[in-house]
Design a protein around this ligand. Structure first.
Ligand SMILES: [Zn+2]
Length: 198
């Protein structure tokens, strides 16, 4: 016996999500089969609205509801500091720490040869241009192999383009292999205060 086509289609869609294997995809699909239709409609509407109502900021590449985003258009932020992170969730985590009031640059990933992610797949093309008029660049990529490789790559890129800019790396207090997005505010605040020159 074959599964109905529409069920199989939904399973396939779930399987494309990160961290969802075939078993979880089946479980989620059959769970949704028993959810009332009104709830399903809300779920589907949120998916579409999420895509339709969010924008990637043309300056920092963070996601928001406006372009430029809330942080880029905030005149009270310190425009001499640029913090480079992997994901929009890292911006949120660092904002939560309350220890940073500069600008951001969101890469949307990290260099990972194993997953075929090179510099061209990240928002790196405009980074040298953005560092114009910046005093300090804080590399806040994750303390993982990919995050370290990305930090090193950016450091070299900026050393050529802007030999005078101070480049620092956060890390103090963040466990090796940790994700910044899951770190608590105090840990991030310490990591920010303990950033070191690269
Ligand atoms: Zn922005």
């Amino acid at each position: 016996m074959k599964l109905p086509r529409s069920i199989q289609q939904l399973i396939t869609q779930f399987e494309r999500l990160p961290g969802v294997g075939p078993k979880s995809a089946q479980r989620l699909t059959f769970y949704l089969l028993h959810v009332p239709e009104s709830e399903i409609q809300k779920f589907a509407d949120s998916l579409v609205a999420m895509k339709k109502n969010t924008k990637v900021c043309s300056r920092c590449h963070n996601v928001g509801e406006e372009d430029p985003c809330e942080i880029c258009s905030d005149s009270t932020r310190d425009k001499s500091l640029l913090c480079i992170v992997e994901q929009p969730l890292d911006v949120l985590a660092i904002e939560r720490s309350g220890k940073y009031d500069g600008l951001y640059h969101v890469l949307h990933g990290a260099i990972s040869p194993l997953n075929n992610i090179g510099p061209d797949q990240l928002f790196l093309h405009d980074i040298v241009k953005r560092v114009h008029n910046i005093d300090e660049v804080i590399l806040a990529t994750n303390p993982t192999m990919e995050g370290e490789a990305t930090a090193m790559y950016i450091q070299q890129l900026l050393a050529e383009g802007h030999p005078d800019v101070a480049i620092t790396r956060i890390g103090h207090g963040l466990p090796i292999g940790a994700d910044i997005e899951y770190a608590d505010g105090i840990t991030i605040a310490r990591a920010m205060e303990g950033r070191r020159k690269m």
